[in-house]
Design a protein around this ligand. Structure first.
Ligand SMILES: Cc1cc2nc3c(=O)[nH]c(=O)nc-3n(C[C@H](O)[C@H](O)[C@H](O)COP(=O)(O)OP(=O)(O)OC[C@H]3O[C@@H](n4cnc5c(N)ncnc54)[C@H](O)[C@@H]3O)c2cc1C
Length: 634
């Protein structure tokens, strides 16, 4: 045990690599794989190319996919056997190329994962898996329809069973039933899709199930499959399309009913799940893995945004009273946004680790619990990413509008994440419904957070978050309790309380994140600077609801008024450690290649200007010492 003075001295300095070791706690193999992914993404093939056509960009995205697949030895069975590898590959690839993330997610998590989850092993299914694993054909996932997004339970694509030929016939009965946003427009990339379709047997609707269908081969769209490209949104994937089917025949083994249902060749159908809505939820369960991968990518994007903003702010000079040349990072307004982004990134990372761990160790039949924690995580982490990317972009000024500096693209990408893999509000409302019915949720006991402890005290902060969740949920329960009485009024009552339901589940997500963060921090010294990140995170989580806390008698008036000073105090304490903590998040600039996050952004731009000039024209006065262009790798 070090003497107190020595201990104090140690805590005035931290090393990014020590914090990183605490933050990323996988096995030695997992950590070395992470290094391998970062090294691969730092190779020239993954560098941004400004002036390329749309077709070149799509082609490059698919070439990058093949390179990652081969060099990292990614396999479909990783979804079940080595999920940590997939998470690492996807979350890091996601900050370099959002379309690439989309291809990886569809191929492995959604298409491959659905096949592995629901298909009975057979030579035909093994054939699909081999074909996808070889990279000869890529996987797609087709749920959403033009007229059915969040309302996918009502989707209309038909799969009629033909007992004479033991085949299913896929069809698109109306324009609104066209599959929407499926990445399959690019010619030359064969695609096999999981198509969610409504099964009809002898004309009776049996519910929605996944079906494997070939969309295109090297020679073009398959007979009966119509693919029309949608243009214009990079964050929607490389080649999104509208799809329709006209009498596309697929063999019976392509129908993936899983263990809960069966269809005999003669057309006898059975299912142990009585309600069509529940059948749909079972059929689409694999999306939860996609949701977690997306959350991991959002957390990485949050950390990368904070890293770029902090690295740049350290170098960026500005004016100040009697101090002509000051780093903009000295300003509290700047600190509040960029340090809060970093705090959000750490909290998100801890929350994801917690939820991924639960997914690996919980009985898969605990469906409501697993749904709740992954849905709440996705909403919390992606909302945090959107806020962080937007605020970091603003704090970096005009230079951050240029794509090479990533932040403007991150902002658009984070926006897409709010909707992808389930709209955040719809997920939170479904979570609220499950919490109200106490499905997979145990009501919190009263926390009685003491008003005596300081507002920055971690136990008090957690107590406040818990209490808000408990009280809002109680209020919601009281408000919608009539639902059990008057059936015809159920919608009206729910609708009157839908915003309260969103508040309650957002509070729940926030509490989960704070608890996951605090429990990881318990492994560190209580004076470790990362504890300051927790304080900042939790204080920011309270901020929009200070009125609620005051009205409920959970904080003093003086605390409400002083809340900003608490935030500033946390920022002041974090200031000396900010760059180390940001670097410890481990999304290095060798991968990001953002000029603003290089060791000397002026030298970087100067170097690129001089590269473009004939040698004789280079102005001597701009030639600075040191390395001409280092994309600094802190
Ligand atoms: C980047 C990206 C990639 C995608 N890739 C694919 C893909 O590969 N394959 C695929 O099938 N789909 C894909 N999608 C589609 C995605 O699944 C849908 O966007 C998502 O399910 C939401 O549907 P929607 O966009 O139609 O929104 P809508 O359902 O139209 O929602 C619009 C708004 O209405 C609100 N709302 C809707 N219903 C309710 C309700 N019941 N209660 C309260 N509010 C409600 C929502 O909160 C939202 O604000 C992708 C989407 C994105 C953003």
């Amino acid at each position: 045990m070090p003497a107190p003075a020595q201990r104090e001295r140690e805590l005035t300095r931290i090393e990014a690599r020590d914090v990183k070791r605490w933050l990323y706690q996988g096995s030695a193999e997992d950590l070395s794989f992470r290094d391998q992914v970062k090294a691969l993404l730092s190779e020239p093939e993954f560098a941004p190319r400004a002036s390329s056509s749309c077709a070149e960009q799509v082609q490059r995205c698919y070439a990058r996919f093949q390179l990652l697949r081969e060099r990292l030895d990614l396999r479909l069975r990783d979804v079940q056997e080595r999920p940590a590898r997939l998470f690492t590959a996807l979350e890091l690839a996601g900050v370099v190329d959002s379309a690439l993330f989309n291809v990886l997610q569809n191929h492995y998590c959604l298409c491959g994962g659905t096949l592995l989850r629901y298909a009975e092993s057979s030579p035909a299914i093994e054939g699909y898996l081999r074909e996808l694993d070889s990279g000869e054909t890529l996987g797609a996932f087709a749920v959403t329809e033009l007229g059915f997004g969040s309302n996918a339970v009502s989707l209309q694509t038909r799969a009629d069973y033909d007992p004479a030929l033991e085949e299913l016939v896929l069809s698109t009965p109306s324009p609104e039933a066209r599959k929407f946003m499926v990445n399959a427009a690019f010619a030359g990339v064969p695609k096999l899709a999981i198509v969610m379709a409504r099964l009809f047997v002898h004309g009776a609707d049996r519910g929605v199930f996944p079906i494997v269908a070939r969309l295109r081969t090297r020679f073009g769209p398959c007979p009966g499959v119509r693919i029309s490209a949608l243009s214009g949104a990079a964050s929607a994937g490389p080649d999104p399309a509208l799809l329709s089917f006209a009498g596309v025949r697929v063999p019976l083994h392509a129908l993936l009913l899983g263990a809960d249902a069966g269809l005999l060749a003669d057309g006898t159908f059975w299912s142990s799940v009585p309600s069509p809505r529940a059948r749909f939820s079972r059929s689409i369960e694999q999306v939860q893995l996609g949701r977690l991968c997306l959350s991991a990518a959002a957390a990485t994007l949050t950390g990368a945004s904070a890293f770029i903003a902090i690295k740049y702010a350290e170098q960026r000079r500005t004016f100040a009273l009697r101090r002509p040349d000051l780093s903009v990072l000295e300003y509290r307004n700047h600190q509040r946004d960029v340090f809060s982004a970093l705090a959000q990134a750490y909290a998100s990372r801890c929350l994801i680790d917690f939820v991924v761990g639960k997914h690996q160790t919980t009985d898969p039949r605990e469906r409501d619990y697993l749904f709740r924690i992954s849905a709440a995580t996705k909403a919390h982490v992606t909302y945090g990413a959107e806020r962080a990317a937007r605020q970091c972009r603003e704090r970096c000024g005009a230079a951050a509008l240029f794509e090479e500096n990533r932040l403007s693209a991150f902002t658009a990408r984070a926006q897409a994440m709010l909707t992808a893999a389930g709209d955040n509000q719809v997920l939170l409302l479904e979570t609220a419904r499950k919490m109200l019915l106490r499905r997979g949720y145990v009501r919190l006991p009263a926390a009685h957070p003491s008003l005596a402890a300081a507002l920055g005290n971690p136990a008090r902060l957690i107590g406040l978050l818990r209490e808000r969740e408990r009280r809002l949920l109680d209020e919601l329960r009281g408000a919608v309790a009539h639902c059990r009485i008057a059936d015809h009024e159920r919608f009206t009552i729910w609708n009157e309380n839908v915003n309260l339901a969103l508040e309650a589940t957002s509070a729940h997500a926030s509490r989960l994140a704070a608890e996951a963060f605090a429990s990881r921090l318990a492994e560190l010294d209580s004076k470790h600077p990362a504890q300051g990140l927790f304080r900042l995170f939790a204080l920011q989580e309270l901020r929009p609801y200070l009125g609620f806390y005051l009205a409920e008698g959970l904080i003093h008036r003086a605390e409400l008024k002083a809340h900003g000073s608490y935030l500033d105090a946390a920022c002041r304490e974090l200031r000396p450690f900010a760059l180390e903590l940001a670097s410890a998040f481990d999304v290095p600039n060798s991968m990001l290649r953002a000029p603003l996050a290089s060791d000397d952004y002026v030298a970087h731009y100067d170097h690129s200007v001089r590269q473009d000039e004939p040698a004789a024209d280079r102005p001597e006065r701009f030639q600075r010492g040191g390395p001409a262009s280092s994309l600094g790798d802190r």
